[in-house]
Design a protein around this ligand. Structure first.
Ligand SMILES: Nc1ncnc2c1ncn2[C@@H]1O[C@H](COP(=O)(O)OP(=O)(O)OP(=O)(O)O)[C@@H](O)[C@H]1O
Ligand SMILES: [Mg+2]
Length: 598
């Protein structure tokens, strides 16, 4: 949405170019390479322009009418050509290498920064964007920038140097012809600017369409099981074809514009050249100019024409890259979750006891501000206690735990842990004290070992095995020929729900947190798996403050305190035996339903 607005905004051009310049801040360590590369580039371009004048002057000298009184003979030109060509070679080599340093190292830095920035964004950042879109910031957009720094920008500057030097040379050398020549220049430049504007817009539009198409591919490939279960293959194919067709149509308009651009410039250019040649021949006939001068003039005119033509393409590429740069900067310049209040993981580690207090907490999700999810919640949880949250789906149970994890900030009220406001705690250190076993466990694509040790990077083999044993995972891990090295497939697809949950428990055991959140950790399991998982959970909960979210009341009968959440408020609280006594109470009626049925 915001992109469309920018595209339509007529002021966009200047602002975005200005903004794009800020990217240099991020490649500052390599600025000297860039500047030195530019110096070599300018030198080699100037040398090239000088070289192109030599044949004409050589011809003049051969004809006995030198233009410049340098005392050179035709014989000397062999040496001069040789020296200039060697210098030219050295300059080109250095420039190419220096630019490569900037584009490779600078862009690698940028990629890492971008990744770091994205991964440290708060939860709502990810809720508001698609994975494919974020991925293309790091891949496609950075690649575009990379090609600008390695080639395009250098070429652009070179053509500008060629243009300026070429104009000066022909004005000095052949003033009369040059004046005629310069009359065609403004027309070309103005038309180039006119087209450039349209081309930029189309190029951006095409880029966006492309990103959209890739998003469809990624999302459907990621969720292929859903696509198939709903037999929506054809629906997706149609959606994809439509998106691809849109790219084609935008690309073709883009191509038409580019085509027109070339046609226009070439027509004017060649028209001008033949007209000028004709004028030159007339000057020659009247002996107002030497043959060698005309030769040089033609040479420079050709080069100038080439420069103008390639400036068109180059500026289009640069404009495209400006779009990419803007999108990259949008991400680089937003605050990350960690910057906001803490300095990542600096300072001392934090060891909480696990006394948790919710004081008058009210909250609505940032994406749905109008819908209050929690209203004035108060809870007191003592260190080492097990408490349960029960209530209907959508009541706000998971939300309560997400606030504790500092995924979101409450709109009012405070949450304290050991009497300290969690807002004032270093985010990384604080979260090191918590672990969550979610209902829907998603694993990383690697091995079981990697997934378990995610709870404690660098854990020893014996620690990993102990965690696997305590979580009742060892038995099923042994049934796989590769044991701990079994690859679990994308998101853990090769394991069953219960197995994934036990891996998640092993992970939490390794992390050894003071505060544990179990979000319906046994709800999707059969009796046998539930027993195994429940056993593992009982081990896990020892000596920790545990918050258990459960739909099945049987699993929470023995907890210290139960909060019944209803529509964002605490409707009832107490122990199982207290609550079951409340006549027509929410808990009592839930219990009646569940225990009667089983
Ligand atoms: N990320 C989100 N953005 C906006 N609204 C959300 C978000 N997550 C949950 N909600 C809304 O907040 C309300 C409470 O959701 P929550 O996930 O806390 O319910 P719950 O009690 O955990 O339910 P369940 O038992 O089904 O897991 C719901 O109305 C839900 O639609
Ligand atoms: Mg929930």
């Amino acid at each position: 949405m915001e992109k469309e607005e920018i595209t339509k905004n007529p002021k966009f051009k200047k602002d975005s170019a200005k903004k794009a310049l800020r990217i240099f801040k991020y490649i500052r360590p390599y600025m000297w390479y860039f500047v030195t590369g530019m110096i070599f580039l300018v030198l080699s371009s100037l040398l090239f322009m000088g070289l192109m004048g030599l044949p004409g002057e050589m011809a003049n000298i051969a004809l006995g009418k030198p233009k410049f009184n340098l005392g050179l003979s035709v014989k000397d030109f062999g040496w001069i050509f040789l020296i200039i060509l060697i210098l030219q070679g050295v300059f080109s080599y250095l420039r190419t290498y220096l630019f490569a340093v900037v584009s490779e190292k600078g862009m690698a830095d940028l990629r890492i920064r971008l990744y770091q920035k994205i991964i440290t964004q708060p939860i709502h950042f990810f809720e508001e964007r698609r994975v494919g879109e974020l991925t293309s910031r790091i891949t496609t957009d950075v690649e575009q920038l990379q090609s600008v720094f390695s080639v395009t920008l250098g070429e652009f500057i070179r053509q500008i140097v060629v243009l300026i030097a070429g104009i000066i040379i022909i004005i000095v050398w052949t003033p009369k012809l040059s004046m005629i020549m310069l009359m065609t220049f403004p027309a070309i430049v103005i038309s180039a600017m006119f087209f450039g504007k349209y081309i930029k817009q189309l190029s951006r539009q095409r880029q966006d369409e492309l990103a959209h198409t890739n998003t469809i591919v990624e999302e459907t490939f990621q969720s292929f099981a859903i696509v198939k279960a709903f037999a929506n293959e054809w629906y997706e194919v149609i959606r994809y074809s439509k998106s691809v067709e849109k790219i084609v149509s935008v690309s073709l308009s883009f191509a038409k514009m580019r085509g027109l651009f070339f046609t226009f410039i070439i027509t004017i250019l060649f028209g001008g050249i033949f007209f000028i040649l004709w004028q030159g021949a007339l000057l020659l006939e009247r002996h107002e100019m030497e043959a060698g001068d005309l030769f040089s003039f033609i040479m420079y005119t050709g080069i100038l024409g080439g420069a103008i033509a390639s400036l068109g393409t180059l500026s289009t590429q640069i404009l495209t890259a400006i779009g990419a740069t803007e999108r990259i900067l949008d991400i680089l310049e937003c605050d990350s979750e960690l910057d906001i209040q803490d300095n990542a993981s600096e300072g001392e580690a934090l060891h909480v006891k696990g006394n948790i207090v919710y004081n008058n907490i009210s909250f609505a999700y940032p994406t749905r501000k109008d819908l209050p999810v929690l209203k004035d919640i108060n809870m007191h949880i003592k260190a080492g206690q097990r408490i349960a949250l029960v209530g209907q789906s959508g009541a706000g149970k998971s939300t309560l735990t997400q606030l504790l994890l500092k995924f979101y900030k409450p709109d009012s009220g405070t949450i304290t842990v050991d009497d300290l406001d969690i807002n004032d705690m270093n985010l990384t250190h604080y979260r090191n004290n918590l672990a969550i076993v979610p209902q829907e466990v998603i694993l990383f694509g690697g091995s079981i070992r990697e997934n378990i040790s995610y709870g404690k990077p660098g854990a020893s083999e014996s620690e990993i095995i102990e965690a696997a044993r305590q979580s009742n995972s060892l038995e099923f891990i042994h049934t796989f020929p590769e044991g701990l090295d079994t690859i679990v497939g994308d998101r853990g697809i090769k394991l069953s729900g219960g197995q994934r949950q036990r891996i998640a428990i092993a992970r939490a055991l390794l992390k050894n947190p003071k505060i544990l959140i179990l979000d319906e950790a046994t709800s999707s399991l059969d009796a046998e798996s539930e027993r195994l998982v429940q056993e593992a959970l009982d081990v896990l909960m020892v000596n920790r403050t545990s918050i258990i979210i459960a739909h099945r009341l049987a699993t929470i009968k023995d907890v210290d305190w139960i909060y019944v959440i209803d529509n964002g408020v605490i409707a009832e609280q107490g122990t199982h035996s207290d609550l079951i006594e409340i006549k027509n109470g929410v808990y009592a009626s839930l219990a009646k339903l569940q225990f009667e049925n089983t």
